[in-house]
Design a protein around this ligand. Structure first.
Ligand SMILES: [Zn+2]
Length: 413
């Protein structure tokens, strides 16, 4: 049995009771903390915490003195594509020279470019590359990550990606959720035979995924030039039949009904949402679907930011994630996401931290074990460096204020 007592914590951040599943509307402006605190971990679990004036005895316990430092629940990143074969900085240069994301996609770049590169990579190469990125995001405080397939777009390549994600799940201390995104784009081979590819997803990929237990979620890119709401609906239905929970990529460039589909299918989250009509906002407000916003994608592509404040003012929750991927967001740094959310979406630091912890855990279906400092939850936390306040994290943008990460009660760095 191993116990760790962290004491003299300047501020213990995001202390919630076990019944809080998410925070929405005005609830998001409150961040619950204890100043001058201690925290006790036993094996992989948060056992207890409190104010320093009733700190337990530290005989025969490993003690960390956190004087001047803060403790947070580790960030949850509910939207990433970190299994990929090659970076795509040549497209970055194309965009600097004036091409749009859509124009780059049309000339064989974008998702199809990643698919071509992934097809030739071995499972081992993909695993090694993804593991390196998992280690990178841990250094910036991430303790749970959702990873999508979707750069395979053939039966074998999609399964290859999902097997890599499964291996990460089994070998890493970070919590991993796997999302099957076979409907990320229409592969070149099926350009004139969309039906054929959808049949391949439904009749060949899904049964294999079920057989090998390769995914938790199913996702579709419901967007102009990608999948129509009708096609998305059919794919999501088939995924639900094998027990996968729906999520959607939608409203990144246009509003074509993805939100409504997410609501009708009781999706865990609808992600992107850079383009939202009033009707979209009204429809999502009547549901339990988590709006997930990806500000570093907006930053990198120079596209509008999702209307986070409008959603919160309408009483909705919001979640923040990185969208870490080689095309539109080559960064998995949640601290930078918080900075962008504060600077460009006008979230307060409290709203941004709530969006990246408890709400992000909800968007991954792990809110009963992650996303807050709560007795009985997983010992997945980080210690900051000495910082003046929690607002310093989004304020001091581009720097890393995470000093050490503890996952499952194990000190990672
Ligand atoms: Zn994405």
């Amino acid at each position: 049995m191993s116990k760790i007592l962290i004491k003299n914590i300047k501020e213990l951040v995001q202390v919630l009771s076990a019944d809080v599943k998410l925070l929405k509307g005005t609830e998001m402006s409150n961040l619950s903390t204890i100043t001058g605190a201690w925290l006790l971990l036993e094996n992989d679990t948060i056992i207890d915490f409190g104010e320093m004036n009733n700190c337990p005895d530290d005989n025969e316990i490993e003690v960390i003195d956190a004087t001047g430092k803060m403790v947070f629940p580790a960030w949850c990143d509910s939207h990433t594509h970190i299994v990929f074969a090659k970076s795509r900085e040549e497209e970055f240069v194309d965009r600097i020279n004036g091409l749009t994301y859509q124009e780059i996609a049309a000339k064989g770049g974008g998702i199809l470019n990643s698919a071509k590169k992934l097809e030739n990579a071995s499972e081992e190469e993909l695993y090694t590359g993804a593991l390196k990125r998992v280690n990178e995001i841990q250094l910036t405080g991430t303790g749970a990550v959702e990873i999508k397939s979707g750069y395979g777009l053939t039966v074998e390549a999609e399964l290859k990606m999902l097997r890599v994600i499964k291996r990460l799940k089994q070998t890493c201390d970070i919590t991993v959720k796997a999302n099957f995104l076979g409907a990320h784009a229409i592969p070149v081979k099926y350009k004139d035979n969309r039906r054929g590819y959808i049949d391949l997803i439904i009749n060949e990929m899904l049964p294999r995924i079920k057989e090998e237990g390769l995914a938790d979620f199913i996702d579709v890119f419901c967007e102009t030039n990608y999948y129509t709401p009708e096609e998305a609906s059919e794919i999501i239905d088939a995924g639900k039949k094998i027990g996968l929970i729906p999520k959607f990529h939608t409203n990144q460039f246009t509003s074509i009904g993805g939100i409504q589909l997410g609501v009708a299918n009781k999706a865990l989250s609808v992600d992107h949402l850079e383009v939202m009509t009033d009707e979209d906002i009204n429809d999502i407000a009547s549901s339990d679907v988590m709006p997930t916003l990806l500000p570093s994608c907006s930053f990198f592509l120079n596209i509008p930011y999702a209307p986070a404040k409008k959603l919160i003012n309408r009483g909705l929750p919001v979640c923040l994630a990185t969208d870490f991927n080689p095309g539109s967001t080559p960064s998995g740094n949640m601290n930078f996401v918080l900075s962008l959310a504060c600077i460009n979406m006008k979230l307060t630091p409290e709203e941004a931290i709530n969006a990246a912890t408890i709400n992000a855990a909800y968007a991954m279906g792990i809110e009963s074990t992650h996303g807050s400092i709560t007795k009985g939850k997983k010992a997945n936390i980080f210690l900051t460096k000495e910082i003046p306040s929690y607002a310093f994290i989004p304020y001091y943008f581009g720097h890393n204020q995470i000093e050490s990460l503890i996952l499952n009660g194990k000190i990672m760095k």
